[in-house]
Design a protein around this ligand. Structure first.
Ligand SMILES: [Fe+2]
Ligand SMILES: [Fe+2]
Length: 215
C-alpha cells in the first residue's frame, strides 16, 4: 500500500519517525494483526472477515509516523501536553488511509486507525464512543493492542509475562480496567489464551531482534 504523507489538516508532511522506532512499530502492528485475526476467528466471524481484519489491523498505528520521536521514545511517563499530541495518531492514521477510498481493506484500516483507542465504557479517544458505537473490528484490535503493548518493552516500563498481561486484561491495573473492553471480545481472548501467547512469542521471536524501543 502506498504511504501517503497526508496529515489531519490536509497538509503534506514528511514522516519523522526514526528507523529503530519504525521497526518496532512494524513489529507491533504485525503482531496485533495476527492476534486480531485469531480473535475474529474465535468470535465466529467468517474467514473473509477474519482475513480482512488481520490485514487492516496491520495499519492501526500508521498515524504514529507523524508523531515526534521525542514523544514516542520518552523514557518518562507521558505528560498531559504530549499525550494530547500522541492521541492525534488516530486522526492522522485515519486521514493517511482514507485516501484509498474504494479499497475495502484500506477503508476498514482507516476506521480501525480512528477507533482503536475508543473504549467499551466510553473512556477512550478521540471521540469517547462507547459499546456498539465502536465497530466490532476496532473492539477486537483494541484488546489485542493493549495485550501486545503490555508484553513489549517500552522506554518508560518493562514488558510483562503472558500470565500477567492476561491478569491485567481480566482484572485490571492502575491504567487498565476490564470495563474498557467488549465483554464478548474479552471472553474470546480468554478462550484462546494459549494461542494468544504462542502468536505473540512467534511474531516477536521472528522479528524482534531488529526492532527498537518506542511508545
Ligand atoms: Fe494506537
Ligand atoms: Fe498499537
Amino acid at each position: 500500500m502506498y504511504m501517503s504523507p497526508i496529515t489531519a489538516d490536509g497538509s503534506i508532511a514528511s514522516p519523522v519517525m526514526n528507523e529503530p522506532t519504525r521497526l518496532r512499530l512494524r513489529l507491533h502492528q504485525k503482531s496485533v494483526s495476527v492476534l486480531s485475526k485469531a480473535v475474529a476467528s474465535a468470535l465466529g466471524l467468517d474467514e473473509f472477515q477474519c482475513l480482512r481484519i488481520g490485514r487492516a489491523a496491520a495499519w492501526h498505528d500508521v498515524g504514529k509516523l507523524y508523531i515526534s520521536n521525542e514523544i514516542l521514545n520518552d523514557s518518562h511517563p507521558i505528560n498531559e501536553r504530549d499525550f494530547l499530541d500522541l492521541k492525534k495518531h488516530t486522526i492522522y492514521g485515519h486521514n493517511h488511509l482514507k485516501v484509498f477510498k474504494g479499497d475495502p481493506v484500506a477503508e476498514l484500516a482507516s476506521e480501525i486507525a480512528l477507533q482503536h483507542h475508543e473504549k467499551w465504557d466510553g473512556t477512550g479517544y478521540p471521540f469517547g464512543l462507547s459499546r456498539e458505537e465502536i465497530s466490532i473490528e476496532s473492539r477486537i484490535v483494541a484488546i489485542c493492542d493493549v495485550y501486545d503493548a503490555l508484553r513489549e518493552d517500552r522506554p518508560y516500563r518493562n514488558a510483562i509475562s503472558h500470565d500477567d498481561a492476561m491478569h491485567v486484561l481480566i482484572r485490571g491495573d492502575m491504567r487498565t480496567n476490564p470495563s474498557m473492553f467488549d465483554p464478548k471480545v474479552l471472553q474470546a481472548v480468554t478462550r484462546i489464551d494459549d494461542k494468544f501467547r504462542d502468536i505473540f512469542e512467534e511474531q516477536h521471536r521472528r522479528d524482534g531482534r531488529e526492532s527498537g524501543g518506542g511508545r
